[in-house]
Design a binder for this molecule. Structure first.
Ligand code: NAD
Length: 371
C-alpha cells in the first residue's frame, strides 16, 4: 500500500505527519511512502531528508494515490472530498466539530481514525498524540510566561542584589500541567499546583510543586475530571483566588473532554494580581479558563498580561512533529500487516479511535450529534 503525507494547509500549522526518523521503521512495514513537495519544510526537514520517499508536486496527486493519508490537522471539506474512495485517513480529526467534513468522509467511504479518540490505555500510550502534544504545550507555556513577564524566574544572588524566585501556579495538573510544573521548576521558580483529581497531588509533589488543596474533588470517567457543581466552583474559586493573586505567573490547562473549558479565574481575581504578572491560558481554544482570555491574543488587563495562545505545539514544530509522527507510525503498525491493510475491529484501539468507516459514523457521540 501507499502511505501519503500532504503539506498541512491550516493557517499557522507548522507540523508535519512524517519525519525522516521514522522512515526506516515504515520501510519495515512494507509500505511505499509518498509526500507532497515541501511538506516538512516548516518543521525543519527538506524533501531531500526524506530518503526513499516519492515526492509529488501537488496535494491532488497525493490524495489521488494514497491508500493511507497521514495528517496533522483535520482535512478541509474540500480536501476530504479529494481522498481516494474507501481509503484510510489518520490524524487529529476534531470529532466534536466540523459536521460537513465528517459527512464528506462518510460519503467517500473513508476509514478515518481520530487521534483524539485513541483510548488512554497502557497499550496505546505510544499512540497517544494528545499526550505527546500536551506535554509540548505545557513546556512552551512556561517559556511564554517567562518571556512575557518582566521578572526573572530563578533566584539570583548578585553583586547588584538578590532576586527572589518567581512564584508560578499551575492549574490543571494533567499531561500539560505536569510538564509545566517540571519546566517552571527547571527555571528555578517556586511552583504551586492544583487539580480536581486527587491522584494528581502526589504527581505534583514528586515534581517539586506544592499542592493547593481546595477541598473539591471531581474525578470523572476514564481518569478525566467531571464538571463541577456551582457550589464546588465557588469553593474552588475562593481558595484559589489568594494563590492566584500572589503568583507572578499562572498557567492554566484545565479541560473536560468534549466540553467547553471550565472558567476558573474571573476578572476580579485577575485585577487582584500584581502589575506585570502573567496568565498563560492553554485552554484558550476551548473557551479559556480565565474570563479575560481572548483566544490567540495577548490582553493587557490593568497591567496583567493574559495570553491564550492557539496551537502551541506547532510553535515547537520539530519535536512536536517527531513525537506526533511516532504516534502515527505506532497506530499504523496496528493497521498494516506485511504491507497490506488489515483493520482488526476486535482491537480496542482500532475500534475506539475509528470516526468513520464504510459510509457510517462509528463514534457514538458524533453519530448522535449528526442525526
Ligand atoms: P485534560 O487535558 O482533559 O485536562 C487537563 C487537566 O485539567 C486534568 O488533569 C483535569 O483533571 C483538570 N481539570 C479539569 N477541570 C478542572 C478544574 N475545574 N480545576 C482544576 N483542574 C481541572 O487531561 P489530560 O492531561 O489529557 O489527561 C488527564 C488524565 O488522563 C490523567 O489522569 C492522565 O494520567 C490520564 N492519561 C492516561 C494515559 C494512559 O494511561 N495512556 C495517557 C494520558 C493521560
Amino acid at each position: 500500500i501507499r502511505v501519503g503525507v500532504p503539506k498541512e494547509t491550516a493557517p499557522g500549522e507548522r507540523r508535519v505527519a512524517l519525519v525522516p526518523g521514522v522512515l526506516r521503521q515504515l520501510g519495515k512495514l512494507g509500505v511505499e511512502v509518498l509526500m507532497e513537495k515541501g511538506a516538512g519544510i516548516e518543521s525543519g526537514f527538506d524533501d531531500a531528508d526524506y530518503e526513499g520517499v516519492t515526492i509529488v508536486d501537488s496535494a491532488d496527486q497525493l490524495y489521488a494515490q494514497a491508500d493511507v493519508t497521514m495528517k496533522v490537522q483535520p482535512p478541509s471539506v474540500e480536501e476530504a472530498g479529494k481522498l481516494k474512495e474507501g481509503t484510510v485517513l489518520l490524524g487529529f480529526l476534531a470529532p466534536h466539530e466540523g459536521d460537513d467534513r465528517i459527512k464528506k468522509l462518510c460519503e467517500r467511504k473513508i476509514s478515518s481514525f481520530s487521534m483524539e479518540l485513541v483510548p488512554r490505555i497502557s497499550r496505546a500510550q505510544s499512540i497517544d498524540a494528545l499526550s505527546s502534544q500536551a506535554s509540548i504545550a505545557g513546556y512552551k507555556a512556561v517559556l511564554l510566561a517567562a518571556t512575557l513577564t518582566g521578572r526573572f524566574f530563578p533566584m539570583l544572588t548578585t553583586a547588584a542584589g538578590t532576586v527572589r524566585p518567581a512564584k508560578v501556579l499551575v492549574i490543571g495538573a494533567g499531561v500539560a500541567g505536569l510538564q509545566a510544573i517540571a519546566t517552571a521548576r527547571r527555571l528555578g521558580a517556586i511552583v504551586e499546583a492544583y487539580d480536581v483529581r486527587s491522584a494528581t497531588k502526589e504527581q505534583c509533589e514528586s515534581l517539586g510543586a506544592k499542592f493547593v488543596d481546595t477541598g473539591v474533588k471531581a474525578e470523572g470517567e476514564g481518569g478525566y475530571a467531571r464538571e463541577l457543581t456551582k457550589e464546588e466552583q465557588a469553593q474552588q474559586a475562593k481558595v484559589l483566588a489568594d494563590h492566584i493573586a500572589n503568583s507572578d505567573a499562572v498557567i492554566t490547562t484545565a479541560a473536560i473532554p468534549g466540553r467547553a473549558a471550565p472558567k476558573i479565574i474571573d476578572k476580579a481575581t485577575v485585577e487582584r494580581m500584581k502589575r506585570g504578572a502573567v496568565i498563560i491560558d492553554l485552554a484558550a481554544e476551548t473557551g479559556g479558563n480565565c474570563e479575560v482570555t481572548k483566544p490567540g491574543e495577548e490582553v493587557d488587563h490593568q497591567g496583567v498580561i493574559v495570553y491564550g495562545p492557539r496551537n502551541v505545539p506547532s510553535s515547537v514544530a520539530v519535536h512536536a512533529s517527531e513525537m506526533y509522527a511516532r504516534n502515527l507510525y505506532n497506530l499504523l503498525t496496528l493497521l498494516v500487516q506485511e504491507g497490506e491493510l488489515n483493520l482488526n475491529w476486535e482491537d480496542q484501539v482500532i475500534k475506539d479511535s475509528c470516526l468513520t468507516h464504510d459510509g457510517e459514523v462509528k463514534h457514538e457521540p458524533t453519530r448522535s450529534r449528526l442525526e
